[in-house]
Design a protein around this ligand. Structure first.
Ligand SMILES: Nc1nc2c(ncn2[C@@H]2O[C@H](COP(=O)(O)OP(=O)(O)OP(=O)(O)O)[C@@H](O)[C@H]2O)c(=O)[nH]1
Ligand SMILES: [Mg+2]
Length: 391
């Protein structure tokens, strides 16, 4: 995502990508508000107190994990960096490796032939790793057919076939949704998902990535339901040096988003990332509210949001698929961030997500720290998952 983004922003005038760091006067804010498009004012509760946050927020520390720099990611050359990043990914996928790959290795160890019992045991391992019923069946059907035709008898070859098939699911999804970047103006990402999946944290981490690539990032606090949610985004803003557009608790999220887009466009930001409140995919009214937010963004900036990012918690298992389907029906998901892969033995969910939804995974979350979000790369992921661990 970032590499592709760099190409686009690289064409911009240097001046345009300089990060805005000054705090804006209330007069400037007022003039932005005065320009509110009359077509949509009745949709939006009048905003009277939008603020661009730079100051320290109180009681924020408990809302986010303290900043940390992972020693494996600093002080090394590019190749060393790559190696250590791969090593870290491998480590963080350890639980899934244990429950999936190590168990499969133990099952295959010493077996010369693939028999029915082995295939049944393999089926159980695939289920346990959360690859899902349909994905498991598809993986096993092709293996069974090959065994039947006597084209496959060696369990080691079966492991390679499984690896390639899983990679195939991930690559198919990866190739299914190129980002559509705006010709000019900010790249707008709207982030959605159910409660507690890691939306705000991922927004902070994504902002950090863009910031360290020299891009100006504006964060918009579209979760107005809880004061804590706004504070959490503010502290991420402070940490990554991004400004935050927010209003008071209880404000209409569409109103905040309207102001945010207006401000971001006027200030020529490179990226605007919009946080939204967590909502169950089954809560019809709240899902409708997302549609409204999306509409408001589109009215304020044609073609935006350019990315509707669904955040899924990999520990929620197959329910993530139902969440994705309903969010997709409502707002049209264009990319997925799959979080908490470090905390689960069921990381096989990623294969099912890709196979069922055919929506590209853009990022994966592998921890709570600022640099624990990785741009997703199918091949690297599969290699790290299958990679033999040293004893
Ligand atoms: N281990 C781990 N924890 C994560 C990851 N991503 C997020 N978290 C944690 O998940 C918890 C919830 O994260 P939030 O970012 O607040 O989730 P949210 O979706 O914004 O939550 P709501 O706004 O309440 O809907 C926090 O404790 C995060 O630190 C990850 O990749 N790995
Ligand atoms: Mg949140």
């Amino acid at each position: 995502m970032l590499g592709w983004f760099k190409k686009k922003v690289g064409q911009k005038n240097e001046e345009q990508v300089v990060k805005t760091t000054d705090t804006h006067s209330s007069a400037e804010e007022q003039s932005l508000k005065d320009n509110v498009d009359s077509n949509i004012t009745e949709e939006i509760v009048e905003s009277t107190d939008t603020v661009v946050e730079k100051e320290t927020c109180e009681n924020c520390e408990e809302l986010v994990t303290p900043p940390a720099v992972d020693s494996t990611s600093i002080g090394a050359g590019k190749d060393d960096d790559k190696k250590s990043m791969f090593h870290r990914l491998q480590q963080r996928l350890g639980k899934t490796h244990e429950s999936f790959i190590s168990r499969m290795d133990s099952l295959f160890a010493g077996k010369k032939e693939i028999d029915q019992e082995l295939l049944d045991d393999l089926e159980e391992i695939l289920f346990t790793a959360d690859l899902g019923v349909a994905t498991t069946q598809e993986l096993l059907e092709s293996a069974r057919a090959k065994v039947k035709r006597k084209e496959l008898s060696d369990p080691k070859v079966l492991k390679t076939i499984l690896k390639e098939k899983i990679l195939g699911f991930l690559q198919e999804a990866e190739g299914s949704g190129a980002l559509v970047m705006p010709e000019q103006g900010p790249f707008v990402i709207m982030v959605v998902g159910v409660n507690g999946v890691g939306k705000t944290t991922s927004i902070g981490k994504i902002a950090a990535k863009f910031s360290s690539a020299g891009k100006s990032v504006l964060l918009v606090a579209g979760d107005t339901y809880r004061a804590a949610a706004v504070n959490q985004l503010k502290i991420w803003g402070e940490r990554v040096g991004s400004e935050v557009i927010a209003q008071k608790t209880g404000a209409d999220p569409s109103s905040v988003v309207f102001d945010g887009i207006e401000f971001g466009v006027a200030r020529n930001y490179d990226v605007i990332i919009i946080d939204t409140a967590g909502r169950l995919h089954t809560q019809v009214n709240l899902m409708e509210e997302l549609k409204k937010i999306q509409r408001v963004i589109g009215k304020k900036m044609e073609g935006a949001p350019h990315e509707v990012m669904l955040v899924l918690d990999s520990t929620t298992g197959q329910n993530g698929i139902s969440q994705a389907k309903l969010f997709n029906e409502t707002v049209g998901i264009t990319g997925i961030t799959l979080t908490k892969l470090d905390g689960t033995a069921k990381g096989g969910i990623i294969a099912n997500v890709c196979r069922e939804l055919k929506i590209p995974v853009r990022f994966i979350g592998i921890g709570e720290q600022i640099d624990d979000l990785r741009e997703f790369n199918s091949e690297e992921f599969v290699e790290a998952l299958f990679h033999q661990r040293s004893e």
